[in-house]
Structure formats: structure tokens, C-alpha cells
Write a new protein. Structure first.
Length: 218
């Protein structure tokens, strides 16, 4: 079985040069890591962080449903401190890392999962704004009525949009799960008879059973 990009990066040695992996795979994603201008050992950690945070193959997604909790769990797993460039990465504020994530999604071609993760990150940001306490007067600084009203309207808009997006993200998750439930049924042969009859799969299964019986000597 061909090793996935997730496993290739995850299993890459921490003391190596991640550029060699990209060269061996004939992939050009390293250019975005290079443009981050970070030490070689951090390039490896960033690559590992990305595959854990943005690849559905990572088991951490089933353990940590909250995006912020997930990211901090990855840092703990790899001994990364949430500071400097890594803090920018956590907040999605590093342009070159964001380009690398977009490149990574193009490689694994799992756009449904990308939509779910992007929605979860947007939700986190919207709820952060909605939770921000707006003070009309703080020390010597005082907001006029117009600015105060605009700030409150922004909080309300973020909250309303977040509630709407919760439903959208949950629906995306349900659709995503259904897709893989269908795949599991196909793999285990739990397909309705009428589908088998109309698809030609019935004949394939019968042939494979006949071949297996021959091998077993029955």
C-alpha cells in the first residue's frame, strides 16, 4: 500500500532536512516553508503541524473537536511553544504558512474536509469577537454613540453568523460522515441487491467467490 503524504511527513525524522522529502516526492510545497525564513528544524515542525491540523488522516481530529484545543494538543505532542512564528501559525496570520496549507489541500484533494476545518476556524474567530466586551468608557478613552453602536452591531453580526455557521458546519460533518459510511458498506459488501444487479458488481463478486473456492480446493 502506498504511504500517504500524511504518514510520509509524520514519520520523517526530526533531525532531517524536510526539503529532501519534497524533492524525492517531486512536490513543490517546500517553497512556502522556505519563504517563512525559519530554521530547518522549525520547517520540519511546521510540516508536521500542518499534516496533523489539516489532514483528515490525523487521529487527533476525533479526539479534539475544538480547533484551538486541537492545535495546542499538536504543540504538546511535538514539544512546540506557541510563540513567535508558531503563534502566527496558530492564529492563521502567517501568509506563507496559509499558502502551504492551501497547497497541502490540493495534494490530498479532500475539499469537503477543508470546508469543515475552515468553517470551524471561522467560527472560533466569530465567537471571539462576539465575546469581546465593549466598554463605552475606559479610562480617558470614551467611544461616542456612533462608534459604540457600530462595535455592538459588529458583535451581534459575528454572533448571528456564528450560530448560522454552526448549522452549516454540522451539516458538512454529517455529509462527510455519510460519504465514508457508504464507502464502508461498499467495502464490506453491504450493498442492496438491486444496486448489485444493476451495476454489474454481482458478476464480479460471483467470479471472485469462484476463484477463492478454487484456491481453497472446494
Amino acid at each position: 500500500m502506498i504511504e500517504s503524504l500524511y504518514k510520509k511527513i509524520k514519520n520523517f525524522p526530526h533531525e532531517g532536512n524536510i526539503k529532501t522529502l519534497f524533492n524525492d516526492l517531486k512536490l513543490d510545497g517546500f517553497k512556502f516553508l522556505k519563504d517563512m525564513n525559519i530554521p530547518m528544524e522549525d520547517e520540519i515542525l511546521i510540516a508536521k503541524y500542518c499534516c496533523e491540523a489539516y489532514d483528515p488522516e490525523s487521529p487527533l481530529h476525533e479526539i479534539h473537536k475544538d480547533r484551538r484545543e486541537l492545535k495546542l494538543a499538536i504543540y504538546k505532542q511535538y514539544g512546540i511553544k506557541n510563540e513567535g512564528v508558531f503563534e502566527e501559525v496558530t492564529r492563521n496570520e502567517n501568509e506563507n504558512f496559509n499558502k502551504y496549507v492551501a497547497w497541502y489541500y490540493r495534494q490530498i484533494k479532500d475539499f469537503d474536509f477543508e470546508a469543515i476545518v475552515t468553517g470551524q476556524e471561522l467560527l472560533t474567530e466569530q465567537l471571539e469577537v462576539a465575546r469581546t466586551r465593549i466598554q463605552k468608557k475606559k479610562g480617558a478613552l470614551e467611544l461616542d454613540d456612533d462608534k459604540f453602536l457600530k462595535a455592538m452591531n459588529l458583535k451581534n453580526l459575528c454572533y448571528t453568523n456564528a450560530v448560522d455557521n454552526i448549522d452549516k458546519v454540522n451539516q458538512l460533518k454529517r455529509n462527510y460522515q455519510k460519504k465514508y459510511e457508504t464507502t464502508d458498506k461498499d467495502i464490506h459488501g453491504e450493498v442492496p441487491e438491486e444496486v448489485l444487479r444493476s451495476s454489474g458488481v454481482q458478476e464480479v463478486i460471483a467470479y471472485e467467490r469462484k476463484q477463492k473456492n478454487k484456491r481453497d480446493g472446494s
